[in-house]
Design a protein around this ligand. Structure first.
Ligand SMILES: Nc1ncnc2c1ncn2[C@@H]1O[C@H](COP(=O)(O)OP(=O)(O)O)[C@@H](O)[C@H]1O
Ligand SMILES: Cc1cn([C@H]2C[C@H](O)[C@@H](COP(=O)(O)O)O2)c(=O)[nH]c1=O
Length: 264
């Protein structure tokens, strides 16, 4: 195993631009076709050659049906599906930060959310293998919904919130995280609570309805009222309290909009 550091490459005649390009990344100066105005992307790090592909985020409360939706679309050709890295949150080198967070949020909220932020960034930066990417949640909802919920409910110390916010702001200022469309599976907290109980994930058995009501409100403020945080793309709302056959009809109705998200 041979470690090559950026500084040794630089002294061998490489500059920052060639080093980044070799790793599949470039620094953006301006973009021919960009999702965001060029002042929002200029100077940011982004993966090369992926600005013509479409990126769709599937957002929604816990147990709203995101994974089920992704599973349905995964049979579509020319589309890749990225599920949330929950298995990593349940097992990092033998530790379970998701379970720890639910047991003692004041102590372990920062641990889980730091790891969620890292693993989400890793998902966003992974090379695209198809013209359309459908991804479960985002680094944005991790911050705007879950970190915010911990902090506002008094379960995250202000210093932990400040450190996570500094990290988040650095990442979103310096790295381009493309998105063309946000699909919001809009459910009632009651529906999520029923589905969560039915799914029966061990760590989540302690989640009360009130927790889902808070995260629901944060989602509504972000994606419907647009009153809380930066919204990086248009939002397609799909009412998702319906049974599965009805949901599949809703997905078919919206298939074209979703698959051509970068032409909206
Ligand atoms: N439309 C639906 N009607 C009834 N149950 C559903 C529906 N969609 C998903 N489920 C079930 O609800 C639970 C949570 O769904 P899941 O897709 O895992 O949600 P998420 O990924 O948003 O947490 C699962 O047991 C799933 O089978
Ligand atoms: C993004 C994010 C998630 N979580 C928790 C919430 C749930 O218990 C799981 C994700 O499950 P879902 O069924 O896919 O909604 O992870 C969290 O605590 N913090 C986060 O940032």
């Amino acid at each position: 195993h041979c470690a090559v550091s950026p500084s040794s490459l630089m002294s061998a005649g490489w500059n920052r631009r060639t080093w980044l390009s070799a790793g599949g990344f470039t620094l953006i100066h301006s973009r021919a076709r960009s999702r965001a105005p060029s002042h929002e992307t200029a100077g940011k790090l982004m993966r090369s050659g992926e600005d013509k592909k479409a990126v769709v985020w599937i957002e929604g409360n816990i147990a709203s049906g995101k994974t089920t939706c992704l599973e349905y679309f995964s049979k579509t050709s020319n589309l890749e599906v990225l599920t949330e890295p929950v298995s990593k949150w349940r097992n990092v080198r033998g530790h379970n930060p998701l379970a720890l967070m639910y047991q003692d949020p004041e102590r372990w909220g920062i641990t889980l959310q730091t790891y969620v932020q890292l693993t989400m960034l890793d998902r966003h930066m992974s090379p695209m293998s198809a013209p359309v990417r459908m991804m479960e949640r985002s680094i944005f909802s991790a911050k705007y919904i879950f970190v915010e919920n911990l902090f506002r409910s008094g379960k995250m110390p202000e210093v932990d919130y400040a450190v996570l916010t500094e990290w988040f702001d650095w990442i979103t200022t310096n790295i381009s995280i493309p998105v063309d469309l946000i699909v919001y599976l809009q459910t009632s907290p009651q529906t999520c609570h029923e589905r969560l109980m039915q799914r029966c994930r061990e760590e989540e058995k302690v989640i009360p309805l009130e927790y889902l009501e808070s995260t629901h409100q944060l989602y509504e403020d972000w994606l419907i009222k647009r009153s809380s945080f930066f919204l990086p793309a248009p939002v397609l709302v799909i009412p998702a309290d319906q049974d599965l056959p009805n949901m599949l009809d809703r997905y078919e109705e919206n298939r074209d909009k979703i698959l051509t998200a970068n032409n909206l």
